[in-house]
Design a protein around this ligand. Structure first.
Ligand code: B1M
Length: 228
């Protein structure tokens, strides 16, 4: 049990291992304490995120796929992950990076997975983007409304299900119909996607993870502004 463990006595690798185990068990309070402990050692928020939380969620994902974990347990793990992310968000956002542009991001209609897109949001904020995260289950109208309301340069779409990823094309087709596709950088991501899929639906790029989403968004903004 993690209550019997003195966090400050653990090696960093052991701390990450414990974080992964506690995330698996959905122990939100323990995750908060472990994230705080790692940060107190001067580890970067991004390292805590990837080596602790994301690595833990990868194990949950594998056991969910293999029928070892079920929805209620995965939900608890997701809540524990969100508790840790809450601590990291302001730190990731406070980089003082120069302003890059405006982004709207959301998960597509029929899909309620939001951890990945929340990570991308945080990392984009940290990279200097003004980010409007419109959450889960977004229809074409939701995306169009947010793009217009915030005068966005970038549209980010997330899908975690093979059944919901085709909806990204519905959104891109609607952008084309409205004549605004060329004004926007459209970036897509989510575990079942691929570069080939992004190309097929007419997105600008597929982003494998949040770090790639930052580099890709910066690169496309630079191209758009004639800096590249
Ligand atoms: Co779901 N689920 N789930 N789930 N779930 C998956 C996706 C699944 C692969 C699990 C599995 O079988 N191994 C599987 C999909 C299978 C498929 O479609 N082929 C699945 C299923 C089947 C389901 C349900 C249908 C289960 C059911 O009800 N029987 C159901 C669907 C609900 C719905 O959406 N309608 C469901 C429900 C849930 C929970 C609610 C329990 C929970 C979500 C909680 C939440 O998000 N608030 C959940 C979870 C947590 C998962 C897994 C375990 C983890 C997802 C996650 O958060 N990963 C997932 C297994 C997996 O992906 N291996 C699974 C951590 C996150 C950091 O990674 O989201 O990939 P990820 O994001 C990455 C990149 O992909 C990328 O950057 C992120 C950060 O590096 N990225 C982007 C993501 N979005 C981006 C957008 C961008 C750029 C990059 O825009 C520019």
């Amino acid at each position: 049990m993690s209550e019997e463990i003195v966090l400050s006595e653990l090696e960093l690798d052991e701390l990450y291992e414990l974080m992964q185990e506690d995330l698996y068990d959905g122990l939100a309070d323990e995750i908060v304490a472990e994230v705080e402990e790692a940060l107190s050692r001067g580890v970067t928020p991004y390292e805590v995120l990837t080596k602790g939380l994301v690595a833990g969620m990868d194990i949950v994902g594998a056991d969910f796929r293999d029928g070892i974990l079920f929805v209620p347990e995965v939900l608890m793990a997701a809540n524990a992950m969100k508790s840790g992310m809450k601590l990291l968000r302001p730190l990731l956002a406070q980089t003082g990076a120069p302003k890059q542009g405006v982004a709207v991001i959301g998960t597509v209609k029929g899909d309620i997975h939001d951890i990945g897109q929340n990570l991308v949001s945080m990392m984009w904020e940290g990279a200097g983007f003004d980010v409007h995260n419109i959450g889960i289950n977004n229809s074409v109208e939701d995306y169009l409304g947010a793009i217009e309301a915030h005068d966005a340069n970038i549209l980010g779409m997330s899908a975690l299900l093979t059944t919901t990823m085709p909806y990204m094309k519905v959104v891109i087709d609607a952008l084309n119909e409205k004549g605004i596709r060329k004004d926007l950088i459209v970036l897509v991501g989510g575990a079942p996607l691929s570069e080939a899929f992004a190309e097929e639906i007419g997105a600008d790029a597929y982003c494998r993870d949040a770090a790639v989403a930052v580099d890709t968004a910066k690169k496309y903004m630079a191209i758009k502004q004639g800096r590249m």
